[in-house]
Design a protein around this ligand. Structure first.
Ligand code: DCM
Length: 134
């Protein structure tokens, strides 16, 4: 990657917490991930910061405005040289709706243990659980 391509190698995922719960979104595809739950997000565009990518992706996917981008846990290497990183974001306005997912849910620490997360996102379970138990 050259310096001019910014963070286009990054896939961002947003962790939104509210009232002791974490927002998860259920994937519609590809087939091997359909039905599994994830932190919503997507690919950063060339030159786009993680915070801007999260604002754009969560507006598109959930219909909400978010702010901030505080790293959560480790980065996860993806195929094709991309890296998946989770960020805590604050919900500024709007009520999340599943515009590109099958469904949304708000989980507490116990529910997070039991729900079927996409394999990549399981890496962040310790940090997410700790935040929910604060
Ligand atoms: N991805 C993931 N976990 C997330 C968000 C994305 O594992 N919370 C992966 C799925 C794809 C890639 O990142 O391999 C790009 O995501 P999408 O298909 O949603 O654009």
């Amino acid at each position: 990657m050259s310096a001019t391509t910014g963070r286009s190698d990054e896939v961002v995922a947003g962790a939104i917490f509210r009232d002791g719960r974490l927002l998860l979104a259920q994937r519609v595809g590809p087939p091997e991930l359909a039905g599994l739950w994830e932190l919503p997000g997507g690919k950063a565009e060339p030159g786009e910061s993680a915070e801007a990518a999260l604002r754009r992706e969560l507006r598109e996917e959930l219909g909400v405005e978010v702010a901030g981008a505080q790293r959560v846990g480790a980065g996860v290497p993806l195929a094709g040289g991309r890296v998946l990183r989770a960020y805590r974001v604050e919900l500024v306005s709007g009520e999340p709706r599943p515009l590109e997912h099958a469904a949304l849910c708000w989980v507490d620490a116990d529910e997070l243990e039991r729900i079927d997360l996409v394999p990549n996102d399981r890496v962040w379970l310790p940090e997410l659980r700790a935040r929910l138990r604060d």
